[in-house]
Write a protein that binds this ligand. Structure first.
Ligand code: MV4
Length: 445
């Protein structure tokens, strides 16, 4: 096992990784930008190295400085967390070439799933259900028109190099297809340096269901059930839960089997997530595979009892998986607490936390790097805490979340807590009757 790991990240996830390292007897190195000097990940790591000024480009995305920090401190492995360099195949490769273990999949696995049309074709070849449309990417309008001609509208245009909602377009009117294709292509070229698009039938009102998978270096791949991530706004998830109110054991088995097949198609290693759309008829389709630990991983941890960061580290060290597929115990819900004003279109509101009182008690988990007096810098993601509850039933979990949200007192900055309180009271949410359009359908003010 490793004796020292560098964490190439900040905020709650850096702290989350440090905690598991402590339990495993692994020493930790934090890296930080000058604005994060007083951050808890710096305080709780065994060592800390300043890697530059506040802008991410010059610190948390600065590969040479991160590698230098690993060299100076004698770290053996690098954990990228999520965001920043987590799905950068070039970074994973540089880690390897510099003699550090990248705690994640290999560069080629990151690359294979990073190209969304290639990923789709790869999993389709092993019979994972995909949305009907173009087989692979189309690079000319001529080809696109030939495919669209034989499709029922609306259709969706997606950038091969995009993902997570970036570079997507719905086309409802066939007459608009040529112009939409050309603008989408130009946008993709500009944003990603790759104008390739793929075309799909548009699935109306889907749910977003994702499956957690783990694969080790010995060919074992298991799934750990689903997360329901439909409560989102502009592709930013706000609430996640496990299990999904829309998934019964039979559907879980089918989704899990499909996810493991998708992972196996690239001999996947490490923790990963296979995203599906679930339509109103109960049919599901592969969307993307994320090759990182995700923000919402705690809901899976709560219902399976498995520490996913620990498994990631063990896998990277070459140890065999010692966890099997487990039926979910009880129900877990996560609310993302962001420093954003839900009354002002979720506009970020960085600043000083004047009061911080976090909830606790049986079945309540708070993953956060914040404290009273902490100054939230404007340069990074606005996530300040993940409030996670676990209970025996979904009903009890919603009730526990409601109480925990009442107990969570943050003053000095706007937060999404009042928004979450309203969702917990919403009748459709309570009944589990929602899809990805929940927030457009129900007014939460
Ligand atoms: C779709 C879709 C409907 N039909 N594809 C958005 C993010 C990206 N990962 C995939 N997305 C979607 N793809 C087809 N063919 C609807 C969405 C979608 C969505 C997906 C997941 C979570 C939230 C969403 C919100 C709106 C649209």
């Amino acid at each position: 096992m490793f004796s020292k790991i560098l964490i190439a990240n900040r905020g709650e996830i850096a702290l989350r990784i440090i905690r598991t390292c402590r339990e495993m007897g692994i020493r930790t190195v934090a890296v930080y930008s000058t604005t994060d000097e007083d951050s808890l990940h710096v305080r709780f790591a065994d060592e800390a190295v300043c890697i530059g000024p506040p802008p991410s480009r010059e610190s948390y995305l600065n590969i040479p400085r991160i590698i230098a920090a690993a060299e100076i401190t004698g770290a053996e492995a690098i954990h990228p967390g999520y965001g920043f360099l987590a799905e950068n195949a070039g970074f994973a490769e540089i880690c390897q070439d510099s003699g550090f273990v990248f705690i994640g999949p290999s560069p080629s696995m990151i690359e294979a799933m990073g190209n969304k049309s290639f990923a789709k074709e790869t999993v389709r070849a092993v019979d994972v259900p995909t949305v009907p449309g173009s087989d692979g990417a189309v690079s000319t309008l001529e080809d696109a028109l030939r495919i669209a001609e034989n499709m029922t509208f609306p259709v969706m245009l997606k950038a091969s190099a995009g993902g997570g909602g970036k570079g997507m377009r719905i086309v409802r009117d066939p007459d608009c297809f040529p112009s939409q294709f050309q603008t989408a292509q130009a946008e993709a070229e500009k944003a990603f340096g790759n104008g390739d698009l793929y075309i799909e039938k548009y699935i109306e009102h889907p749910r977003h269901i994702e499956i957690q998978v783990l694969g080790d270096k010995h060919g074992t791949i298991v799934h750990l059930g689903e997360r329901e991530c439909s409560i989102q706004r502009r592709y930013q998830k706000l609430i996640e839960e496990s299990p999904s109110p829309a998934v019964d054991p039979a559907l879980r088995a089918r989704l899990g089997e499909a996810a493991v097949r998708a992972a196996r198609s690239i001999s996947y290693e490490s923790a990963g997530t296979v995203e599906f759309l679930l339509d109103a008829a109960g049919d599901f389709y592969f969307m993307e595979m994320n090759t990182r630990i995700q923000v919402e991983h705690p809901v899976t941890e709560q219902v399976t009892g498995i520490d996913l960061i620990r498994e990631q580290i063990r896998i990277a060290a070459g140890e065999p998986l010692d966890v099997g597929p487990v039926p979910p115990f009880g129900h877990a819900i996560e609310c993302r607490i962001n420093a954003e004003d839900p009354d002002r279109d979720f506009q970020p509101g960085p600043g000083t936390i004047q009061t911080w009182h976090q909830p606790g008690g049986f079945g309540v988990r708070v993953d956060s790097h914040c404290y009273q007096g902490y100054i939230i810098p404007p340069h990074y993601d606005s996530l300040i805490a993940k409030l996670v509850v676990h209970a025996r039933t979904r009903e009890e979990a919603i009730s526990r979340m409601g109480n925990a949200l009442e107990e969570f007192i943050i003053e000095g900055i706007p937060t999404t807590i009042p928004f979450h309180r309203k969702v917990m009271q919403n009748e459709k949410f309570r009944k589990g009757e929602f899809d990805t359009h929940f927030l457009e359908t129900y007014d939460m003010t």
